[in-house]
Design a protein around this ligand. Sequence first.
Ligand code: HEC
Ligand code: HEC
Length: 362
Amino acid sequence: MSPLRKTFRALPLLCLLAAGWSAAQAEAPQLQPLPAPAAVNPALADLGRHLFFEPRLSGDGSRSCASCHIPARGFADGEPLSRGYNGTEYFRNAPGLLSVRLKPRLMWDGRGTELAAVVREMVLDAQFMNGDASIIAERVRQIPPLLALWRRAFGERSEPRGEQAFVAIGEYLKTLDFGRSAVDAALRGEAGLPPLADQGMRLFTGKAGCVACHHGPLLSDGKPHRLGVPEHPALMREPLRSVSLLRHVALRNLPNPMATRGDPGVYAISKNPAERGSFITPGLRGLSHTAPYLHNGRFGSLDEVVDFHDRGGGPGSELRPLGLSAQERRALVAFLQALSAPLQKVAEPPAHDYDAVHGSRW
Ligand code: HEC
Ligand code: HEC
């Protein structure tokens, strides 16, 4: 057979191999740049922005979403564990909210599947804002600038309803995005990364295996994994933290709640014992602004988090020890830092007060 005919006979096989290779490429987890901003309803998002900063949504009018999700901290709060509603002391860390619209599962244990439903929990739950939908509706009616925004969003004849507040805040959250980071520029082929961060990116997607769980535009697979993060000592030491944890467990009907000795994570939601102590993989953008890290704020620096992953995590972890050199760990930290862009300026609305002339109407 002539060499040419041989090549032709081999062609289908070559094509098959090439197709298989590109399918494997497509399936391998990848890093992706941030997608374009979301298209939102501007009047609804503007109302949502005013409500996000409005303390009158909380039971006693003392705190807004922004008390725990502070814009200058990437919408996290800088505390290891959230303080919760006044005098309640929550048992987990408050996550940042930038690009939250891209998360398929919300909350550390993935119990949230829709933004508006998570906002409803934040406003109404006794651990966050302890609000009441009908009181909120009446309060909005008494605040003229808010009522005007409401009618611009929902129609001139509309009357405020609590449920609509959750939708409006959800719309505002869709407008919050991370800025373009050095890594985005590199992924788009616009500019190279500095050498240390570039080495870190190659480790992240190669030998260190981080990309298996941290991929896509947010660098999260949106799935539960167990790293064996040590419990925060305050959970057992501070009675109010224990109360918050036990209430969470009891509300989800876990058997024998009083025997709880740590955060059950995704297990409390899925009831799958294999997921005890698992948490949804967090995204890795903007970390320069959102320390401390992990579901319970156990580590204050990225070096500590990388060291922890390198050791293979704690008891029961899915991770395997990596045996990275100190230089390689530094490179990973440099890459993580290159995933943070400077924070964009957030337009905080002026504080609104109740109708000044209200008293004279009676
Ligand atoms: C008292 C502090 C506090 C207040 C007030 C608060 N949050 Fe939160 N927020 C948290 C904590 C803590 C969590 C994580 C809860 C968990 O995973 O169990 C959270 C989670 C979230 C999430 C899920 C984020 C993610 O990455 O999964 C969203 C969205 C959110 N909050 C929005 C809001 C909005 C909007 C408001 C105002 C209506 C608000 N929060 C008020 C503390 C607070
Ligand atoms: C098996 C899946 C998996 C792999 C592999 C993995 N991670 Fe994680 N990572 C997680 C989970 C899950 C968490 C949250 C754990 C928790 O809070 O209990 C996390 C948390 C983090 C955090 C903290 C983020 C925050 O907002 O608190 C950083 C930073 C991080 N990982 C970096 C890395 C690096 C770097 C690598 C590679 C060396 C890596 N991860 C490999 C699953 C993984």
